[in-house]
Design a protein around this ligand. Structure first.
Ligand code: UT7
Length: 334
């Protein structure tokens, strides 16, 4: 029997209309454009500020564009997985809400939570369902409304994050393209450095948790920075060595967009020139599970069939890794 590979056959994306600039942020907290640009690299971020809209709204917009670009019939989709840390509700899953909004009748759906590494873990997870031979069309979405968990009085975290969503279609192929390899890791010792203190089962919401700002992102930035650089770099080097990839035959690096200095350090370690690194942090900030597919959404027209791409991310957990993808088609799908 021929080997089944899992190939990405299309991309859709969405960012909300409202743009929060560094100038506006500097009227909210004690910061300025120069500090944010030199220390993080974000100029502006999109914010979903309409009352009553959550992550599934952005996921739906992205998935609708994906279905239109891939000419997909809703009845042919057999699975939907959404990577998010900011689901619409604790339950049901954002994926089940998405299924309903897309009118999918033959799919099962669930969420995957691996913080900023969510979409990285999701690509390998969905690929294994495709490789099993049982599933033919899977929609995978990375979506986060980070503005719902950002403390806009904390200058150390509020400039970093934005809202957005993007989606891939994954399908079987016997061609030598698709998700070729993955090195994924989790180390729960990262908990103290990056988490949300309340709202879960350990510390349910109360007047105390609200009064003490415990429903926001808590991050020890310097520690997270250090682990992000070393773990992402190590994972990229390991996957490159394992697959005979080097600075000459790697076409693109797609890094999690958390901090431009982290991206530069990873590219430097891999000795890959800057023009092979896909970067859009300046316009979107860190959209958590959204960053990797949003990057492909933005730069799709540059990609060629057979291009060697290394995706890499780092997030709360800690979670991190690298996924090697051989791209499946030329240019942008309209
Ligand atoms: O996606 C999940 C994974 N997360 C990440 O990868 C984030 C990793 N960490 C980072 O990106 C960086 O650590 C931050 C962007 C969060 C912070 O940058 P930093 O260079 O590590 O700054 P710092 O926390 O060491 O702070 C340096 C100084 C401090 O002042 P003092 O103590 O030196 O006087 C801060 O108070 O910068 C100050 N500062 C600011 N100044 C102006 C912190 N935030 C701001 C700000 N504007 N927004």
């Amino acid at each position: 029997m021929e080997k089944i590979n899992a190939v990405i056959t299309g991309v859709g994306g969405y960012v909300p209309d409202y743009i929060l600039t560094n100038d506006e942020l500097s009227r909210m907290v004690d910061t300025n454009d120069e500090w944010i640009m030199t220390r993080i690299g974000v100029k502006e971020r999109h914010i979903l500020n309409e009352e009553g809209l959550g992550t599934s709204y952005m996921a739906r917009k992205a998935a609708k564009q994906l279905m239109q670009r891939t000419g997909s019939n809703p009845n042919d989709i057999d699975m939907v997985i959404v990577a998010t840390s900011t689901p619409d509700y604790h339950f049901p899953s954002t994926a089940s809400i998405l299924c309903d909004k897309l009118g999918l009748k033959n799919a099962f759906a669930f969420d995957l939570q691996a913080a900023c590494s969510g979409f990285l873990f999701l690509m390998e997870t969905a690929a294994n369902f495709i490789r099993s031979g049982r599933y033919k069309k899977i929609i995978i979405v990375g979506a986060d409304k980070m503005s719902s968990v950002v403390n806009y009085t904390d200058r150390a975290t509020c400039p970093i994050f934005g809202d957005g969503a993007a989606a891939f279609m994954m399908e079987p192929t016997t061609e030598d393209v698709g998700v070729m390899d993955a090195i994924l890791r989790t180390d729960g010792k990262g908990l103290p450095f990056l988490h949300m203190k309340a709202g879960g089962s350990v510390c349910p919401p109360s007047y105390f948790t609200i009064d003490n700002h415990m429903h926001y992102i808590y991050q020890e930035g310097r520690t997270v920075f250090k682990y992000a650089v070393s773990n992402m770099s190590d994972a990229c080097v390991a996957i490159a060595e394992k697959n005979n990839l080097n600075k000459d035959n790697i076409n693109w690096i797609v890094p999690h967009q958390a901090n431009l200095r982290i991206i530069d350090a990873v590219a430097h370690r891999l000795e890959v020139p800057h023009d092979k690194v896909l970067i859009n942090i300046e316009r979107y900030g860190n959209t958590s599970a959204g960053t990797l597919p949003l990057c492909i959404w933005d730069f799709e027209e540059k990609l060629k069939k057979g291009d060697n791409i290394i995706f890499t991310a780092f997030g709360a957990g800690f979670t991190w890794g690298a996924v090697y993808v051989k791209w499946g088609y030329d240019g942008k799908k309209q």
